[in-house]
Design a protein around this ligand. Structure first.
Ligand SMILES: NC(=O)c1ccc[n+]([C@@H]2O[C@H](COP(=O)([O-])OP(=O)(O)OC[C@H]3O[C@@H](n4cnc5c(N)ncnc54)[C@H](O)[C@@H]3O)[C@@H](O)[C@H]2O)c1
Length: 247
């Protein structure tokens, strides 16, 4: 198994991509803490994995919540090797003039500040341990932005540059920092990305060279590689899992 003896903390693990990453890591031998602002979603997901998993309530926009999630993970499993900053949100696809200030602030609080706080919370632990891996979930939206998602797209661009910044800053500590940029993925967030107009799904699929949307397992497979020893010389990458969409 590729993650035997490792411990991972995955944010936003009550649903979609984060849940699939947690399940995949556990299948590969890791202990996993499933952190989510929606504890009622994280709990059954952790129970389904079994005694290699715990559920933790954590709002990634709150520094104290993230510190508590890291502490709970350490209390349960004794160490922490991998952080997946996956928790994220979007606004519905619409004109930039219709995005109000509160919505804009919320995008940046969850998608950017949440990632930054997550990194700050684990780095002292990783330094003590002498190594660590951070995987941030970015998006093709931050590489090839399309209309209607302006604020969301900007947050993902920020996640990508934060990833590269931290990769160079933390490399001397043997901490690797990578991001994954998924294309539109079959999760509960998808309808917001596509927007209310008829036929958006089919139109979008037509722009993906491999001819389908992503599935959570596609993203989890990349997250498994990045967390594994196979990726020991890989840092600062934005790994596109997009069926060729950004070419
Ligand atoms: N679905 C897509 O098309 C797609 C494409 C590219 C990138 N992404 C990114 O993938 C990540 C996961 O999205 P998903 O599609 O699985 O969505 P999802 O809605 O299925 O899951 C997101 C999870 O994050 C949790 N969450 C939201 N705000 C939180 C907060 N403040 N603190 C802690 N948890 C919080 C939610 O409760 C939910 O369980 C996000 O960062 C998203 O931007 C998604």
């Amino acid at each position: 198994m590729r993650l035997d003896g490792k411990t991972a903390l995955v944010t936003g693990a009550g649903s979609g991509i984060g849940k699939c990453i947690a399940e995949t890591y556990a299948r590969e031998g890791a202990n996993v803490a499933l952190a989510d602002v929606d504890l009622a979603a994280a709990q059954p997901a952790a129970r389904a994995i079994g005694n290699k998993a715990i559920a933790v309530r954590c709002d990634v926009t709150q520094k104290a919540d993230i510190a508590a999630a890291v502490a709970e993970t350490l209390a349960a499993f004794g160490k922490l090797d991998i952080l997946v900053n996956n928790a994220g949100t979007t606004h519905v696809n619409k004109s930039m003039l219709e995005i109000d200030e509160a919505e804009y602030d919320r995008m940046f609080a969850v998608n950017v500040k949440g990632v930054f706080l997550g990194c700050q919370a684990v780095v002292p632990q990783f330094r003590k341990h002498g190594s660590g891996i951070i995987i941030n979930i970015g998006s093709t939206a931050g590489l090839r932005p399309r209309p209607g998602l302006s604020a969301y797209n900007a947050t993902k661009g920020a996640v990508h540059i934060l990833t590269k910044s931290l990769a160079v800053e933390l490399a001397p500590d043997r901490i690797r920092v990578c991001a994954i940029a998924p294309v539109a993925t079959e999760t509960p967030l998808l309808p917001s990305f596509l927007g209310p107009a008829q036929g958006q799904r089919e139109k979008f699929i037509a722009t993906v060279p491999l001819g389908r949307l992503a599935r959570p397992q596609d993203i989890a497979n990349a997250a498994l590689f990045l967390a594994s020893a196979d990726a020991e010389f890989v840092t600062g990458n934005i790994v596109e899992v997009d069926g060729g969409r950004t070419i």
